[in-house]
Design a protein around this ligand. Structure first.
Ligand code: TGC
Ligand code: FAD
Length: 393
């Protein structure tokens, strides 16, 4: 259960009036599920560095996997704002829960739907949508994170199959995955996507231990040692880095919404606590310094909500540019991590405890500010959009 009443979740600018009845219903049902399924378990899972049992199947049951994938392939056929709202509600619970849903939806189902063959769509999408199958996305490598174009993982054509070699690192859900969408170079050095299935000989997924962040999410490697990949498992409809980067557009968009949920959880907890906690004979909410913090949190959350809503409108109209998405991801993650850190201080010593969400969100957001493009990489994307000059290399 959340520490604050759910009706204290802010809508300071009446943004709800811009949403449809369907959006509000979706939000309520995911919010209820987070209260009953995630909140009672999340602190223990994070403290013990274990995943939440049956998470993916439960996410499938509430329609949180591939919400915008067409219904004929098991998705819900919803719009982009619905997708964003779902991500926001999940991340109010924990970034690990949003991560599970966004990898499955944006990084695994999205490329299969966009770039896969009809057979691949029929074989994988319905099981990914109901959570019976868990997917992972392999782009980052031990030697290449921000610069995926230098990737070393490669495959060669062996006539009746491809032979895949290399390794991916920092992969969400690698230890749990049934399939991995893997980006690798062909013999011409061009990037292509392949679906690697659990059980293929030479494919292993060692877990990454000892994380201080996203502790309720499994992270690991994808290792390919002469893995035979059937020819029907390559994506027929995309070649080049734009394949994986287009998936990132969808996931980064979801993160922009998601982190608002983490910020809301911290803000609402801080408001509630500051009204209850008395020092010097009055509630700490009555001190100007604490009010400054709360006022700034609400201002930043409201700005982030408006940014996302308009980005969602642009996405629905197929007009959102990658640079616009970068701006929202960068701004909103920084907004959320700042609120998590500052709101922890409002709780004093209690702020470091697992009964309250701030430390967990703050630690999670250290990953979120790094993955899907670091804070600095997104700034450079905006810089290039403004100037036309590439400052990466
Ligand atoms: P560059 O030369 O700019 O572009 C190469 C080709 O890609 C196209 N492109 C895009 N297409 C679609 N969407 C985008 N966002 C695109 N950005 C670029 C571009 O038009 C070009 O196409 P073409 O046809 O001309 O070949 O590429 P670059 O090598 O200079 O790199 C650009 C850079 C640095 C921005 C990019 O590589 C980047 O975004 N780096 C960050 C890497 C990253 O974000 N990795 C994320 C890994 S996945 C992950 O973190 C999952 S966490 C999941 C969770 O748990 O939630
Ligand atoms: P580097 O690229 O080595 O960057 C290190 C620092 O250098 C950063 O601060 C960066 O901003 C800076 N830097 C790099 N290049 C430049 C430049 N040109 N100019 C200025 N500064 C620069 N990846 C996947 O493929 N799939 C996943 O499912 C996935 N899940 C993840 C889960 C977690 C918990 C984490 C932590 C990461 C995950 N990642 C995943 C990887 C993530 O996308 C990378 O960590 C991220 O892209 C950064 O790469 P890197 O860690 O190699 O850092």
């Amino acid at each position: 259960m959340s520490y604050y009443p759910l009706n204290s979740i802010p809508d300071y600018y009446g943004i709800d009036s811009l949403l449809t009845e369907e959006h509000l219903l979706i939000r309520q049902s995911v919010r209820d599920w987070v209260e009953s399924f995630v909140m009672p378990k999340i602190d223990e899972a994070a403290q013990n560095h274990t995943d939440i049992p049956n998470l993916m199947k439960e996410l499938g049951k509430i329609g949180a996997l591939g919400p915008y994938i067409p219904e004929e392939y098991g998705g819900s056929g919803l719009d982009q704002i619905s997708y964003g709202i779902i991500m926001q509600e999940l991340e109010r619970g924990d970034s690990a829960v949003r991560s599970a849903a966004s990898v499955q939806s944006s990084l695994v189902m999205f490329p299969i739907n966009e770039y896969g063959s009809e057979e691949q769509k029929k074989k994988f999408l319905p099981q990914l949508a109901n959570g019976e199958m868990i997917g992972a996305f392999g782009l980052t490598e031990p030697n290449h994170g921000s610069d995926p174009s230098s990737m070393e993982t490669y495959f060669v054509d062996k006539g009746d199959h491809y032979l895949l070699n290399g390794a991916k690192m920092w992969i969400t859900n690698a230890p749990l995955c049934d399939i991995a969408v893997v980006w690798a170079k062909n013999e011409e050095g061009k990037v292509q996507g392949l679906i690697v299935e659990r059980g293929f000989e030479g494919f292993t997924t060692p877990e990454t231990h000892n994380k201080w962040s996203l502790r309720a999410s499994k992270t690991g490697e994808l290792v390919f040692d002469n893995v035979k990949v059937p020819k029907e498992n390559i994506f027929p409809k995309v070649t080049g880095l734009k394949g994986p980067l287009s998936c990132l557009n969808s996931a980064r968009y979801g993160i922009s919404w998601g982190v608002i949920g983490a910020a809301i959880d911290c803000y609402c907890t801080a408001v509630q606590y500051s009204k209850e906690r008395t020092q010097f004979g009055k509630p700490i909410a009555g001190f100007q310094l604490q009010q400054k913090k709360l006022a700034e949190f609400l201002t930043e959350i409201t700005k982030a909500q408006l940014l996302c809503l308009q980005l969602g409108n642009l996405k629905n109209a197929h007009k959102a540019t990658p640079a616009q998405i970068s701006m929202a991801k960068r701004n909103n993650v920084k907004m959320a991590i700042d609120i998590a850190r500052e709101s922890r201080q409002i709780l004093g010593g209690m702020g470091i405890m697992g009964e309250f969400p701030m430390m967990r969100h703050a630690a999670n957001l250290e990953s979120v500010i790094t993955y899907e493009g670091t804070h600095d990489i997104h700034l450079l994307i905006t810089g290039m959009d403004i100037t036309g000059i590439n400052a990466f290399g």
